[in-house]
Design a protein around this ligand. Structure first.
Ligand SMILES: [Zn+2]
Length: 329
């Protein structure tokens, strides 16, 4: 469904401020992805105005069944179990690559809190966990599930830089933001010297390797505003004194399965209307062997989801693009 033009606006490049770009692809929602001529950042332009972005994350973002937001019921027990599995997989990947998590930890975009809870349960070196999310509904659910964790409603901008952390996590966050530059800056201010910043985001390099028109990153999750390659993340990281420690990718081939998923949704809806979907799922789950912590994250081929760990080196003195002189870079 195309966006009404009065809800859209053009913004300069978030990384370099440049106003000149060239087209990359048109998405199914009619919005255009462009690439900055100066720095290579890939983003939507024009895009929904900042004042309309928050609407995407109100209560129905977590329960809607459309091409924007989470599919199915995000608050269900079934989803909760899959979030636990995902959390354990992230921790396993960190452990396998030799990255230790300890001390005070912050998760930005914590949703219903399963990663925060898993950290506290499975990492004895973690002392305290704070989770923050833009969705009031998700934070209320997180508080009711895990009373021993400090959950806050808001964005990273609401956090005081006086409080610093040993680890910051942001899974599938930076592609949603109006300014990733401001986010990287604030995250770096919240990190102690030596702290890690672990993020995931759709991997543009995967799209480039399989063909942009074949990449699910442009045809699903239509609330995404930015599309990052590891090289672009590296540019942001370097601006704020962060160095890349690990770059992995996984989560499948990234091939566009939009048509298949529409067909699958129709079949699901038909089964739901017959009242047998729940029974079929229970039967399938009881027959399915436990997957354990298997994952396909590796450092060779570019796959759909980018997983990167950055580390703060040196004291925090960064400026954001708007405050800095070009010579600072
Ligand atoms: Zn640029």
């Amino acid at each position: 469904m195309p966006w009404p033009s009065d809800l859209l606006a053009e913004y300069p490049c978030d990384f370099c401020g440049g106003a000149v770009n060239h087209p990359v692809i048109e998405r199914p929602d009619g919005l255009h992805v462009v690439e900055c001529d100066d720095c290579g950042l890939v983003f939507l332009s024009p895009r929904p105005k900042d004042e309309h972005l928050a609407r995407l994350y109100e209560a129905d973002y977590y329960t809607c069944d459309s091409d924007v937001g989470y599919q199915g019921d995000y608050f269900s027990d079934r989803r909760r179990e899959s979030l636990f599995e995902q959390a354990r997989a992230w921790l396993a990947i960190l452990a396998e690559t030799g990255i230790a998590v300890s001390g005070k930890v912050l998760e930005v975009g914590c949703a219903t809190g399963e990663f925060c809870h898993t950290l506290l349960q499975e990492c004895p070196t973690v002392d305290r966990v704070t989770g923050i999310d833009l969705s009031q509904a998700a934070i209320e659910e997180a508080r009711s599930r895990y009373g021993d964790i400090a959950f806050e409603h808001g964005t990273i901008d609401n956090l005081e830089p006086r409080e610093t952390y040993d680890a910051v996590f942001a899974f599938e966050v930076i592609e949603h933001l109006s300014s990733p530059d401001a986010f990287f800056r604030k995250a770096s201010l919240l990190m102690r010297e030596g702290a890690i910043f672990c993020l995931t985001t759709p991997n543009l390099e995967c799209g480039r390797s399989i063909g942009l028109s074949n990449w699910a990153g442009f045809s699903k999750s239509l609330e995404h505003l930015y599309f990052f390659s590891p090289a672009m993340i590296q540019q942001y990281a370097a601006r704020y004194g962060l160095k890349i420690e690990r770059t992995l990718s996984g989560g499948g081939s990234g091939s566009n399965r939009l048509i298949k998923s529409v067909k699958r949704k129709r079949v699901k809806n038909a089964l739901k209307s017959l009242g047998v979907l729940g029974l079929l799922r229970k039967t399938r789950d009881s027959l399915r062997p436990r997957q354990g912590l298997q994952h396909d994250y590796q450092s060779e081929e570019p796959r759909h989801t980018l997983f990167m760990v950055l580390r703060r080196h040196g004291p925090a003195t960064p400026k954001c693009r708007a405050e800095a002189e070009p010579s600072d870079y």
